[in-house]
Design a protein around this ligand. Sequence first.
Ligand code: ADP
Length: 336
Amino acid sequence: MIEFIDVHKSYRLKGQEAPALHPFNLKIKAGEVFGIIGHSGAGKSTLLRLINLLERPSGGHILIDGEDITAADPARLRQMRRGIGMIFQHFNLLATRTVADNVALPLRLAGKSSSAQIHARVQELLARVGLSAHAGKYPSELSGGQKQRVGIARALANAPSVLLCDEATSALDPQTTSSVLALLAELNRDLKLTIVLITHEMDVVRRVCDRVAVLDSGHIVEQGPVAQVFLHPGHATTRQMVSEAHGQGAEAFDADYLELGGRLLRLSFHGASTWSPVLSRIARAHQVDFTILDGRIDKIKQTPYGQLTVTVQGDEADAAIAALRHAGIHFEELHS
Ligand code: ADP
């Protein structure tokens, strides 16, 4: 539904072209939550802003539902933009307007509804984001999470099919982040809303995205389903971002593990195998001992996953490792 074809973008700085995004192709499917992750300066905001043409590409085409937005005349562009809502890290609310007026603004600008219709729609939107009781308040009277909910209600006012989220939870505390991410997941599910979000936090991607692209210095260095990219990162930047999400340094390998003897493995479980007692069964069958050195069990969107670093000790270690492979557990053997 959103397709980038040979798109690139440079900014003009002191008379020189500075590339922000090198030529790339990318497809974002209707109804998915697509994450774009990268460090600061990687080109995330630029990529997001190309979708609603807040930034114009230096070359290439951007198709929304098959229509080239870069070729739209100003009237058509205004119309297409109504189908694309956007929320921001710092909410961008009008401080002198009430919550209800902030949400009503895009409806007034569209100029298609009567006052009564606008009032009804604002009530509906505020109920949707859990703010019915706050319609008459001003932004300064709200918490960060509430302000972002107003931003979301405003972005949804014209019933867009796409929502762009620009670091939407980066200014929020962890608990508020969770509730805003849960709201985004609910909107994606209930309204079939396509969500494109940019973030520098792998945890945000892990919790809500279906697919992800990793940006590094203006290049898409990796993309795919979140489970694949998160559990088996192929690029150094992705590995670093996953390690950060796990609260580890860039290098998770600890040389002390080798002194424990045995074979050192990093196991990844995804889906049903996460909850099944694979290790204890294999330990019994092959008379081996597993020592768990490091581990994490959590969810990627709704699907459980686990990652464990273990040693395997015993005469039948080879057979135990073959049994792990047979059980469909992905693993890599770690060496110094
Ligand atoms: P991110 O969102 O990943 O932090 P950006 O898309 O904001 O990255 O920036 C990518 C690169 O483009 C950076 O080098 C940044 O300095 C540059 N850049 C972004 N916006 C502009 C602009 N309006 N003018 C000039 N350079 C810009």
